[in-house]
Design a protein around this ligand. Structure first.
Ligand code: NDP
Length: 472
């Protein structure tokens, strides 16, 4: 008999199986059988790895379930959406009360909430968990973000914490995030933050190419230098490697088509920001930058149509200033991402502990960084990163540098949506009297939506007849 089951031997499932095997767990693995396409996948896979010597391979779901000790613990690592629903429905008929299904795919948190309720009717526990770290992370130790019933988590805790990455103090980068869909919500925001972090690095490359006339390997040298200090992050490291990669007599990046793809989590983050009323402007800017890039045909047509008066001026950018602007933009991005998690937690009573989320993101995951390490203690003091006194003092003294970098972008006619979004947000966030009084007046004018007055301490709603009909 096996103590832990894993379904789905794709890129992530294979790595997780090897990680579980390396940790000494008695495993059963299953991959579907598709005649002529996917046959004996599990049996073939385990042959190559000594750590999977005692693993039981299946392509028959009933036999796989029958091979598991009770309460059964089954980790799904398959395509999110309809495939996950189908698999859960099939499993539901084969499982017993107290069994636990863990969904490690990138499922939408609302689907996780729905599945939790549906499975509870059969007494089956459901843990929706984020997993980050890609193929290598899944193998060596990913960051794991489980959500769902806290008691059910205890049944699978030992397995998840054993295979997770470890933080600087040796603690697993895995924690029970909160009830229901909290785990998948947190993973969604992880990916949203990742979108903006990636976009900022793309914009830095653009700035250094245009203004400082640096070739990709020279930009890699700059990033490598930054990586030795407080700007270090996994994404900075991989971008450094990417920029150095040559193919023939050119750099590989120069040959890669400039159309960004996406698998949906940035879109979910942005639409959720809209549902919650949280200004996640950097995630949205990064997402829309990808969409704009994807419309390449239209960009090629528009390029000769809009060149008038574009006298791009190059100017050498001070590298320390660029690093400072990058740091400020990243702080704004993390502020917005963590604010989303905080607001969602309040809204759904998930009781998510932000410092714990930052802690499990310090290793194993794609957005691990020195900044994340620092945020663990900052988030113990405040839910709002930009309200922290130390952070605000530093940014207050250096915000003019972000302004300078945005101006360099404008002078060079460069599209810098994420740097601009960071600056615009910072300005709006720290403006006591915003222009929204005009919006409120307009709304009241055409829709009688009413407005509140600064000279009315009771906060009553007021309506004005802005114009006599006879005036028009
Ligand atoms: P792959 O495409 O490599 O593997 C997908 C797996 O799902 C395969 O085992 C596939 O089986 C199985 N599958 C697909 N459709 C069905 C179905 N209808 N019924 C049963 N099984 C099915 O994907 P990944 O391993 O990369 O990703 C798996 C999950 O993990 C996804 O939800 C993804 O979003 C998430 N994820 C991926 C990360 C990554 O970096 N790749 C990181 C974190 C999460 P078959 O081989 O037979 O087609």
């Amino acid at each position: 008999m096996a103590e832990f089951g894993l379904i789905g031997l794709g890129v992530m499932g294979k790595s997780l199986a090897r990680n579980l095997g390396r940790n000494g767990f008695r495993l059963a693995v299953y991959n579907r059988h598709l005649a002529g396409v996917e046959e004996n996948v599990a049996r073939h896979f385990i042959q190559f790895f000594p750590e999977l010597e005692s693993t039981l391979p299946f392509d028959d779901l009933e036999k796989f379930v029958a091979a598991l000790e009770r309460p059964r613990k089954i980790f799904l690592m398959i395509k999110a959406g309809a495939a996950t629903d189908e698999m859960i429905n099939t499993l539901q008929a084969l499982l017993s009360p107290d069994d636990v299904i863990i969904d490690g795919g990138n499922s939408l948190y609302k689907d996780t909430e729905r599945r939790t309720v549906a499975l509870a009717k059969s007494g089956i526990h459901f843990i929706g968990t984020g997993v980050s770290g890609g193929e290598e992370g899944a193998l060596k130790g990913p960051s794991i973000m489980p959500g769902g019933d806290a008691q059910a988590y205890q049944i699978v805790q030992a397995y998840l914490e054993a295979i997770a990455a470890k933080d600087a103090n040796g603690k697993p980068c895995c924690t029970h995030v909160g009830a229901g869909g909290a785990g998948h919500f947190v993973k969604m925001i992880h990916n949203g933050i990742e979108y903006a972090e990636m976009q900022l690095l793309a914009e830095l490359t653009e700035l250094l190419q245009f203004h400082n006339q640096l070739a990709p390997d020279a930009i890699a040298d700059v990033f490598a230098e930054w990586g030795r200090g407080e700007s270090n992050s996994y994404l900075l490291e991989i971008t450094t490697d990417i920029l150095r990669k040559r193919e023939g007599d050119d750099f590989l990046v120069n040959k890669i088509l400039d159309q960004a793809g996406n698998k949906g989590t940035g879109g979910w983050s942005t639409s959720t920001a809209s549902e919650l009323g949280v200004p996640a402007t950097m995630i949205a800017a990064a997402l829309f930058a990808r969409y704009t890039s994807a419309h390449r045909g239209e960009r090629l047509q528009a390029t000769p149509m809009y060149q008038n008066g574009r006298n791009a001026q190059g100017e050498i950018i001070d590298l320390n200033e660029l690093k400072t602007a990058y740091h400020i933009a990243r702080v704004v991005n993390h502020h917005q991402g963590f604010q989303m998690i905080h607001e969602a937690s309040e809204h759904w009573n998930w009781e998510i502990k932000l410092p714990e989320v930052a802690r499990i993101w310090t290793n194993g995951c794609i957005i691990r960084s020195n900044l994340m390490e620092n945020l663990v203690s900052i988030l113990q003091k405040t839910n709002r990163i930009l309200q922290d006194k130390e952070i605000s003092k530093i940014i207050d003294n250096q915000q003019f540098i972000l302004n300078k970098i945005c101006q360099a972008g404008l002078k060079g006619n460069l599209a810098l949506p994420c740097f601009q979004a960071a600056y615009q947000f910072l300005m709006a966030y720290s403006t006591a009297r915003s222009s929204a009084n005009i919006i409120q007046a307009q709304r009241d004018y055409f829709g009688a939506h009413t407005y509140r007055r600064i000279d009315d301490p009771e906060g009553k709603s007021h309506h004005t007849k802005w114009k006599d009909v006879s005036d028009s």
